[in-house]
Design a protein around this ligand. Structure first.
Ligand code: CA
Length: 734
């Protein structure tokens, strides 16, 4: 299915480009003044279940329990969206890291989170700050997260605001004051090895229970999801997604089903490495069926051969449980024996669709593995799936069971040979929210067309710090030839994809030159809103994809917008600020994808004829020239290996920052070996997340990393001035 071949063999990312009709909304939008309630955030089961009766609010992560992320509002519509203008902006007091939050708007207050799990309460009409809560997450926990110190938002319920802090605490706040009411550690023993847990996802509240999962699928983690009493913080139930140590009981809702259905799908001592199946994103709830749905992450370590074979239930699966008890009801595993970071933790969206003349109650997902799935949400039965992006690891699916028919060459762990997989680890779709529009009957997906060279790490030994994937990131790192990188860039694409779930085909698509773009929202105004890596925030006509409006925000966008009404005016709001897995790890590919704009953490709210002015971007900084490179090729090669074992996942492939964390090529410590050791060996900057690596590497090894970065700093500086012309950014992507 892919034809392009890039010269250098061992490259990390080989990316190949890929490749409705609805009616304008007819139903009237009720006037949506907030109910006259004195209490703030007085969200209840009744209000959430009837969320469409107060469309001016956005009361939960996916707006409604079915997580469609569709708004019935239409004061802003395809006819007048050209008049949309900035109404207010709020500069987040937050680190310049990934801003991924879905704002919640209810009872006249907006609750939005930032990197490092801070919570901000704002006036949704003006952006005026009401309170700020900082959970003071220790900087040293940053390394426990694969994909930036992100937070995707809060849940609100009965006067409280719930946030999952990056270090694993679930915290209840008083919605009026922002003061902490209770806090529980969702991780039993935060310091224990082999566990490495964080929280990046948004809690949901179902039947008075706060549901929260954990991240950690690139580390030695065993996935689980937990329900806490919203009033007291007391644990009600926990569901582990993969078996633990044989013979040891968890006293969890999952005990029986893991033994009866899951354990036989594993072999060996997999549990010592965690197993994976973490639960950090998609959830949905059907009140009529009384079913809570959640998705699970990849198997861990990534390399399936290291886990010893088998389907490895319930990794890469959708699971339905009873929200009252956590009792298992059904599961569907979309990638058995997962080996490519193909998580099924992505957004879960419920809808009732007419299929073959019958209304079916479905659950929909566009997981990382590249197929768009439609399941019966009553039973978990497979209905249909088709590739929504380029897929080469499977040639298709069994039409009855949905089990993939694999290309056996894809199993790089078992074959011992590299495999350039499509999609890559960022998936055909990652956490960036999609939206189902019941008027156009289309799902809008922030789709990714990308691939990645998986090379098994033959000398894999689990580490106590950093990623444990059993994939060789050094052998798979980007080539140093800028022409080859430019070629890779040209094949790395994204799309706003309008997908018809019933016929399982694209209806329309808006192509982007960059892959790592923002989430979406659709509205009854026949509109879809999305921000991009390049900093454009735009509106498209929902039925045909026509671009109707856009604004330059001067920073990459990954978060999803939402829309709400206050005082009779409709607003569209989006958090901006570039970051996340691709931004951290993809090196020059990420740098070029957002044109080196960096990250400006900010909330932007738009309304018709708004009168605010978009702040100008800061002037670009001019880096000092690097020290001369004098190290031998052997030292540079050794430094490259250590760099790609410990550093590249955050500071970027081949010592080229994607624009989130400091670019080490311009580090002031590069010319000072003692300062370098103080930071890398001793942890002088632990407070901001740069922990000590002295327990992992010797001082001599750490020095080789400095020499490698000096080598790369000189090489890239020369390439930028070279006869080939222009910077990497100019040379690629067009
Ligand atoms: Ca993962």
């Amino acid at each position: 299915m892919y034809a392009t071949r890039v010269g250098a063999l061992s490259l990390a990312v080989l990316l190949v480009a890929c490749g409705s009709k609805g009616t304008a909304p007819g139903a009237a939008t009720p006037d949506t003044k907030a109910p006259a309630q004195a209490a703030k955030a007085a969200v209840s089961a009744a209000r959430l279940t009837a969320a469409d009766s107060e469309p001016g609010n956005w009361m939960s992560y996916g707006r409604t329990y079915d997580e469609q992320r569709f708004s019935p509002l239409k004061r802003i519509n395809a006819q007048n969206v050209s008049q949309l203008h900035l109404a207010w902006h709020y500069d987040l007091d937050a680190a310049h890291r990934a801003q991924e939050s879905t704002p919640i708007v209810v009872d006249g207050v907006m609750y939005v989170t930032s990197a490092w799990s801070k919570v901000f309460a704002l006036d949704p009409a003006t952006g005026k700050e009401l309170w700020v809560f900082d959970p003071a997450v220790p900087g040293a926990t940053g390394i426990k997260g694969c994909c930036d110190v992100a937070n995707r938002g809060v849940a609100v319920w009965d006067g409280r605001v719930y946030v999952g802090a990056f270090d694993g605490r679930l915290i209840a706040l008083d919605a009026t004051t922002g003061k902490e009411v209770w806090s529980v550690a969702t991780v039993d023993d935060p310091g224990a090895d082999p566990q490495s847990y964080t929280i990046t996802g948004a809690p949901r509240v179902v039947k008075g229970k706060v549901i929260i999962g954990n991240s950690g699928g690139e580390y030695k983690a065993r996935g689980y999801i937990t329900a806490y009493d919203a009033e007291t913080g007391k644990k009600v139930w926990r569901f582990y997604t993969v078996p633990g140590e044989p013979g040891k009981h968890d006293d969890a809702a999952s005990d029986d089903v893991l033994e009866s259905k899951a354990r036989s799908s594993w072999s060996g001592d997999f549990w010592k490495l965690g197993g994976g199946g973490t639960t950090w994103d998609g959830m949905a709830y059907d009140p009529q069926l009384n079913l809570l749905y959640f998705g699970t992450d990849n198997g861990e370590p990534w390399n399936h051969a290291v886990r010893g074979g088998g389907d490895n239930l319930f990794t890469a699966s959708i699971i339905a449980v009873r929200p009252d008890t956590g009792e298992y009801v059904w599961h569907f595993q979309n990638t058995p024996g997962e080996s490519w970071d193909y998580s099924a933790v992505q957004q879960l969206t419920l809808a009732d669709l007419m299929i073959d003349g019958k209304v079916r109650q479905v659950i929909m997902q566009a997981p990382k593995n590249g197929f768009f799935y439609l399941l019966d949400r009553v039973t978990g039965a497979f209905i249909s799936a088709q590739p929504y992006t380029q897929v080469n690891w499977a040639t298709g699916l069994d039409p009855k069971t949905g089990r993939p028919v694999e290309d056996r060459r894809a199993r790089y762990g078992e074959t011992g040979k590299p495999w350039v997989a499509m999609p890559g680890p960022s998936g055909g779709h990652a956490w960036q929210a999609m939206s189902y529009d019941p008027l156009t009957h289309l799902v809008y997906i922030p789709a990714i067309d990308a691939s990645f060279a998986f090379i098994g790490d033959k000398s894999f030994k689990p580490k106590s710090m950093g990623w444990n994937t059993a994939v060789d990131f050094n052998a798979g790192s980007l080539p140093e030839d800028p022409k080859v990188i430019a070629q890779i860039q040209m094949n790395l694409k994204g799309r706003l994809l309008a997908w018809d779930p019933v016929v399982q085909k694209a209806s329309w698509a808006v192509p982007y030159d960059t892959s790592w773009n923002g989430g979406v929202v659709s509205t009854a105004g026949n509109l879809v809103f999305q921000g991009t890596a390049m900093g454009q925030f735009a509106a498209f006509q929902a039925d045909d994809g026509k671009r109707l409006w856009s604004v330059e925000t001067h920073t990459g966008i990954v978060a999803p917008p939402v829309t709400y009404e206050v005082n009779g005016e409709q607003y569209v709001v989006v958090e901006v600020g570039w970051g996340g897995a691709f931004a951290l790890a993809a090196g020059q590919l990420a740098h070029d994808a957002q044109a080196n704009q960096g990250n400006i953490p900010r909330v932007l709210a738009f309304k018709l004829n708004g009168t605010d002015t978009m702040p100008e971007p800061p002037p670009p900084s001019v880096p000092a020239p690097p020290p001369a490179s004098k190290a031998s090729a052997k030292v540079v090669a050794e430094g490259k290996l250590h760099y790609h074992t410990f550093c590249s996942m955050c500071h970027g492939d081949s010592a080229f920052s994607g624009g989130v964390l400091p670019d080490l090529r311009y580090s002031a410590a590069l010319g000072d070996p003692n300062a370098w050791q103080a930071i890398v060996h001793d942890g002088a900057r632990s407070a901001t997340g740069m922990v000590a690596f002295g327990s992992q590497m010797s001082k001599d090894e750490i020095e080789t990393i400095r020499q490698y970065v000096i080598y790369r700093a000189n090489q890239t500086a020369q390439q930028a001035q070279g006869p080939a012309g222009g910077s990497g950014a100019a040379a690629a992507g067009k």
